[in-house]
Design a protein around this ligand. Structure first.
Ligand code: FE2
Ligand code: FE2
Length: 300
């Protein structure tokens, strides 16, 4: 199996500008209540979850000497911080539509605090490595099958594309920190098995709670649509199976799959223009153009 680290792209924390006012309905994902509640619940987990990812890497940060990895850690922290910032905003938009993201966030915050009382630093880092792999392969699926985002409000589609791209950019950071300072693959594999069970059960639990709190009863067609979305031939979970299993190989490295082309495609798309520096320079540009027009009109 290939283990060469190839064509690793540069990691950069970007500040983005999204306007979530186009989320006007609880079943924002193509009218499907189950797919919508799944991603609302997942979004609710990001602020506390990503905070833990940052903290667990920070526990080891000072012992990293490689200047390149040090820089990558800094950008990883910056990216995860921005993700939480944007997800907090979208969580408010979801809450306005009835999904109680704040309560889910609170539940996960408590759970992480309880876990951290008993877990070693190495186990906290291992869990982060595992979650980073799950988010990276989920991101890969979304970026390779962007038609799954077609039914979404534009702001949400833009958010997902940006977040997934940055998850791929930084997919090896926690892994490389673990490899450098811990390196025990058996420990990592055990945690992946535990994290997978934990993640699946917790997400299902949060999703059921979200439906109960929202008094939302999924229909038969929601169930059929969600089954197809997750477990169908082109479904998200069905297609994550092999990339997930690759993690258990002895020589696995996140960049053995070079998907920097997905990042390059996003950078060339209109969605990358939502970065604040670009938006601002464009606005300044168009303001200047309008000023100019006004000036010309007044002169004529
Ligand atoms: Fe993230
Ligand atoms: Fe991440």
């Amino acid at each position: 199996m290939p283990t060469t680290t190839i064509n690793k792209p540069e990691i950069r924390a970007r500040k983005m500008k999204f306007n979530f006012s186009d989320i006007k309905n609880a079943n924002y994902w193509g009218g499907n209540a189950i797919v919508s509640s799944y991603f609302a619940a997942m979004s609710a987990t990001f602020p506390p979850g990503e905070k833990e990812f940052i903290e667990s890497v920070r526990l080891f940060q000072d012992r990293i000497n490689d200047p390149h990895l040090k820089k990558e850690i800094k950008e990883f922290i910056g990216q995860e911080g921005q993700h939480s910032h944007q997800h907090r905003k979208i969580n408010e938009a979801f809450a306005e539509q009835g999904w109680d993201t704040e309560r889910i966030e609170g539940k996960l915050r408590n759970k992480i605090a309880n876990l951290n009382r008993v877990l070693s630093d190495e186990s906290r880092l291992a869990r982060t490595v595992c979650f980073e792999h799950i988010t990276a392969i989920m991101s890969e699926f979304i970026l390779e099958n962007q038609e799954v985002l077609d039914d979404l409000p534009e702001s949400l589609k833009s958010l997902f594309l940006w977040h997934t791209v940055e998850e791929i950019e930084h997919k090896s950071v926690a892994f490389d920190v673990y490899e450098t300072l811990v390196g025990d693959r058996n420990h990592l594999r055990r945690h992946m098995a535990l994290v997978t069970i934990d993640f699946s059960i917790t997400m299902l639990y949060y999703q059921v709670l979200a439906h109960i709190w929202a008094r939302s009863l999924p229909s038969w067609s929601d169930l059929k649509g969600a089954w197809k979305f997750f477990f169908g031939k082109k479904g998200m979970i069905s297609n994550m199976r092999q990339p997930y299993l690759n993690f258990y190989r002895k020589d696995f490295h996140p960049w053995e799959v070079d998907n920097s082309d997905l990042i390059a495609a996003w950078k060339a798309s209109k969605y990358a223009d939502m970065e604040i520096s670009k938006t601002t320079s464009k606005e300044t540009h168009s303001d200047a153009a309008n000023d100019n027009k006004g000036g010309l009109a007044a002169a004529s």
